[in-house]
Design a protein around this ligand. Structure first.
Ligand code: GAR
Length: 204
């Protein structure tokens, strides 16, 4: 699910082809018809769907329609790749254990928006990205993997975002590989267990 550029979605699609993952993108779903990633997905011959929030009276009503749309594709996993809406509890619970997000910070630092601005403003020397299962707590679900990049003295938010994005593409693709191979599971305590051939944390 995307809302914009879709570079993470592209990285996932590319990784399935180039790394031979046993996975298939059954659909790319956007809340925004103008999302540039949709055009790219269409050009790859992928199924795309747009569901605009306009016309739905509540967030819950929209999310119910969105869940119904997604369920029609019967996905094993729903990967949020720059999907910029907060999903309501009903949606999250319906897809519990198969709803995954990528967030551009080292959670639990900097949930929400403007993560690169926050990283620079607070003076952290390490920043990065996190792939996690989604729970009703915003950006608070169990962490699957993280990648770390340095914050350099003359970084602007855009420069730092670009460095993190490189890490995002690699990290999300790795996690997709683990998911496709059945190597990720949640323990009864809600901790992530990964039987990974590659590290769950690395520094780029
Ligand atoms: C990515 O940096 C992703 O981590 C972030 O939006 C960007 C989407 O870029 N997601 C969030 O901030 C979610 N809270 P993309 O459309 O090129 O993948």
């Amino acid at each position: 699910m995307i809302s914009g550029r879709g570079s993470n979605m592209q990285a996932l699609v590319d990784a399935i082809a180039s790394r031979g993952f046993d996975a298939q993108v059954v659909a790319v779903v956007s809340d925004k018809p103008e999302a540039p990633g949709l055009l790219w997905a269409q050009r790859q011959g992928l199924e795309t769907r747009v569901l605009k929030p306009a016309g739905y009276l509540t967030r819950e009503a929209y999310d119910q329609a969105l869940a119904a749309l997604v369920e029609r594709f019967d996905p094993d996993y729903v990967l949020l790749a720059g999907f910029m809406r907060i999903l309501s509890d009903g949606f999250v619970q319906q897809f519990a254990g198969r709803l995954v997000n990528i967030h551009p910070s080292l959670l639990p630092a900097f949930p929400g928006l403007k993560t690169h601005e926050q990283a620079i403003a607070t003076g952290v020397q390490w920043h990065g990205c996190t792939v996690h299962f989604v729970t009703p707590v915003l950006d608070g679900g169990p962490i699957i993997a993280q990648a770390v990049v340095p914050v350099l003295a003359d970084d602007t938010p855009n420069v730092l975002a670009q460095r993190v994005l490189v890490a995002e593409h690699r990290l999300y693709a790795d996690v997709l590989g683990w998911l496709a191979a059945g190597r990720v599971r949640l323990s009864s305590q809600g901790r992530v267990i990964v039987d990974a051939g590659s590290p769950r944390a690395y520094v780029l």
